[in-house]
Every structure is written in C-alpha cells, then in structure tokens.
Design a protein around this ligand. Structure first.
Ligand code: EPU
Length: 417
C-alpha cells in the first residue's frame, strides 16, 4: 500500500485548480443507466471511485470510456442487472445504480453495502422509498432484490436527510408513472447537479435544492451531456491547508457559494477569504482562533469537512468543541492527530480540541477518505516529516493530490509498494 511522505512547517503560497466533484459525478454516471444511448459527462475527476463506478457499469454490459476528464458511456446493451458484493464493498456509492436499474428494467439485484469505517450507514430509506413506489423488495444472502413492473409516483418522507437516498429516488421517480414527492429531501449541491443532469435528459423535476422535491415521471428520457460541478470538499480542504500553514492559496475553478457555512467558520478562525474571478483566495493567520462547529445536512457545516477542520483547530489558540451529528463513528482521525501532538479528546459525538502551538511529524494511518485529508492538513502544519500510511483512501477522493501540493511548494513524495 502506498505511503505519502510530507515535510511540513512551510508557509504555502500558490494556486491550485479544483477538480470535478466526486459525489456529484457518481450519481450522474449512475443516471445514464436510465436510458439507452451514448452519454458524455465532462469535468469527471480522475479518481479510484470513478473507476470503480465504471467497472460496475461495465460489469452490467455498458461501455465506459474514460479519459481525464471526460466519461463517454454507452448503455445500449445492459444485460446483467446486478451490483455484486466485490464492487459494492469497495464503494458504497455503488448503491446508486439501484434506482435507475429498477426504473428502466423493472428489476435490480444490489449487494447490501454493510457498515464502514465511519458508521453503520444503512440503506433502509432508499428501500422504503422504492417500496412506496410499488417495488417488491426482498433481502437474500446479503443482496437486495428489487422488482416492479413500473414504479408509481408516491409521497415519500425521509426520517433522516439522506444524500444518496434522495438521489436514488429522484432517478427512480424520473421514469415512474405519476408524480413523486420527496419530503425532507437532501439539499446538497450534488443533488441539484443530478437534478440538472436528469432535467437535461428530459426529466421533470421541481424543487431540487429545497427540502421538498417534486418529480413528474416521464415515459422516456434521452441520452445525457453534462458537466459536473467543482468539488466543494476539495475546495474546503485546500482552504484548511491555507489556514494551518499561514499560507496564501488561490483556489481556482471552484464555487465558494457551495461552502458558505464552512467559510463563515473559516473566517471566524481568522482566515482572510476573498472571492476572485473564478474562485477564492484564502490567507491564513499566524495562528487560527478556536471555533466550535457542529455538522449538519446542507446548508449546514458538512460532515465531509469535519476532520480537516479539526486538524486546523488542533493548532488554534484556545479550545474548540466539534460535534459530529451525521455519522456515529467519524472521529477515527482523532487518535492519529494525537500521534502528532494534538490535544484532542472525545466522548460520543463531541470532541474537545485544545489547540497546541506545535504539531510534530509522525507515522499516521489513513482510515477513511476525509480522515486521510485531515492528516494531510495536519502534516502540512507540523514540524518535520509525516508519513501517511494507507493513502489509497485519499486516492478515492483527491485527484492528483501530490501534484497539487507540489504546486503550492510542498515537499511531498509517494512511496509505492
Ligand atoms: N441513513 C439511514 N438510512 C438510509 C440512509 C442514510 O439511516 O437509508 C443515515 C446514515 O447512516 C447517516 C445519515 O443518514 O447517519 C446520512 O447519510 P447519507 O445517506 O446522507 O450519506 P450517503 O448518501 O451514504 C453521502 C456522501 C458522503 C457524505 C454523506 C453526508 C456520496 C457518494 N457520499 O453519503 O460522502 O459524507 O452523504 O453528507 O455522495 C465522502 O465523500 O467522504 C463521503 C463519505
């Protein structure tokens, strides 16, 4: 497994270009299963998760051609309506093929994702919604087997806001008979991007980005041409990097309006943030102020930025309280940050971060994607060398991370195994 070796303690300065959003690209790619034909999606990031989604589609009979940063997908010859365990266990977002497969073919077999490093993450709400639309759902040997002659519109209320649940049902409802109303729907920019893609395919969707989404099913959709939105979490991660290194980083090709809650907290931490023509410039203070955060569904503070913000707070002046409300086990980075000298403790879903003046490079282990990103942030703010093990987690979600860091003046290298 590859390692990243990072020399920290330098004031970073430079420009970085943001890639397409992984969590927007994945559902948009899955949506191509809704209709036969050739689809073209651009600004698709060159990431392991995108390749896994491509393999999943190929396994079903689709043709998936990828060249950075364009995916051309032909969905004419789908013959295998299955998402096997081997692929779903690699990437939970594989479950996004369930809604479109069922809507187009009336049948789908998808491995249950199971728990993961950050929590139990059930898909009961996806299944509840499909059942309300008339699907028969059976669970057999770890697989969900769903069938329906044609899905019917329904009113579906989500007890918990779920991003991929909203996306799965929005895709399914696009080809259902009648109107579907999704209540307490996710409002994330990635949901809006998918709604825009579906609309370009001929779907009739109202309210994406609000908590009630109305979808009027249509009989047929057309192939897709779409450009994915920039990655707001990658954007935020580079801002945290500017913050912890007292750096001056210009982040190009991003949409700061997608991370407003994060920006408010970043400014409270003492960063100067100014919008530029095509992005944002972040200038870090000599030492950040301590700021409390609580994660929440969009437009709240994103759970996918919690770990990186904690890394920033580990060097803050004062004590900050970080509360994670989305996932029950998303503090795996705490033990690793402590290895670098951070003063963090946690009980249940609340972490107390007592800022220290200095972090020290150490051997640390990446446990999930955003935890890995927090280790990169901390390594850059630490004195000496940090070796991040199991960096494959990072490769799932950060395109060309070493190249981008090098552009900012970081001394970073990868050791391959
Ligand atoms: N939940 C249920 N039942 C369900 C679905 C969700 O109880 O049927 C719970 C989850 O266990 C969790 C909460 O609802 O406690 C929210 O989970 P959600 O379904 O919104 O998460 P997701 O759709 O599986 C997406 C992102 C995650 C991101 C979360 C929250 C994708 C592919 N993944 O996951 O991204 O953390 O939303 O914003 O869009 C990442 O990129 O590192 C990542 C983990």
């Amino acid at each position: 497994m590859d390692k990243l070796i990072i020399k920290g303690g330098k004031r970073l300065k430079g420009e970085v270009e943001i890639s397409g959003a992984k969590n927007a690209a994945l559902p948009v790619i899955a949506s191509t299963l809704l209709v036969q034909g050739e689809h073209e999606i651009t600004r698709v990031p060159d990431l392991r998760d995108i390749k896994t989604m491509g393999r999943l589609l190929e396994n079903m009979g689709a043709e998936f051609h990828y060249e950075p940063h364009k995916a051309v997908i032909a969905t004419n010859k789908i013959r295998n309506l299955e998402a096997p365990y081997e692929l779903v266990k690699e990437m939970r977002a594989s479950v996004l093929v369930l809604g479109p497969m069922l809507a187009r073919f009336g049948r789908a077999k998808v491995s249950l994702p199971g728990g993961c490093a950050i929590g139990a993450r059930p898909i009961n709400l996806h299944l509840m919604g499909l059942e309300r639309m008339g699907a028969k759902i059976e669970l057999e040997s770890g697989y969900v087997i769903a069938s329906a002659k044609r899905l019917k519109g329904a009113v579906i209320y989500f007890d918990t806001v779920t991003v991929t649940g909203t996306e799965n049902l929005m895709m399914a409802a696009s080809l259902a008979k009648g109107v579907t109303v999704l209540e307490n729907a996710a409002r994330e920019p990635e949901v809006i991007d998918l709604a825009n893609a579906l609309t370009a395919m001929g779907a009739k969707i109202n309210g994406a980005g609000e908590s009630i989404i109305e979808i009027e099913g249509v009989d047929e959709l057309r192939p897709l041409t779409h450009k994915v939105i920039p990655d707001r979490i990658e954007t935020g991660t580079f801002m945290a990097i500017a913050g912890i290194t007292a750096g001056d980083v210009t982040i190009r090709g991003c949409m700061p309006e997608h991370i407003k809650a994060f920006l408010i907290k970043l400014k409270a931490a003492g960063l100067k943030v100014e919008e530029t023509a095509d992005g944002v410039r972040a200038v870090g203070p000599a030492r950040p102020n301590a700021v409390d955060i609580e994660t929440a569904p969009y437009p709240g503070f994103p759970t996918d930025m919690q770990a990186q913000f904690m890394a920033l707070m580990s060097k803050a002046q004062g004590t900050s309280i970080i509360t994670e409300t989305i996932f029950e086990n998303r503090f795996m980075h705490v033990a690793e940050l402590r290895r670098m000298g951070a003063g963090i403790s946690f009980k249940g879903s609340t972490a107390t971060v007592r800022g220290v003046r200095k972090l020290k490079g150490a051997n640390v282990m990446a446990t999930d994607l955003r935890a890995s990103a927090s280790l990169v942030v901390a390594a850059l703010g630490a004195e000496g060398e940090t070796t991040i093990h199991r960096v494959y987690h990072l490769d799932r979600g950060y395109e060309k991370i070493e190249e981008k860091l090098t552009m900012l003046g970081v001394d970073v290298r990868r050791e391959k195994r």
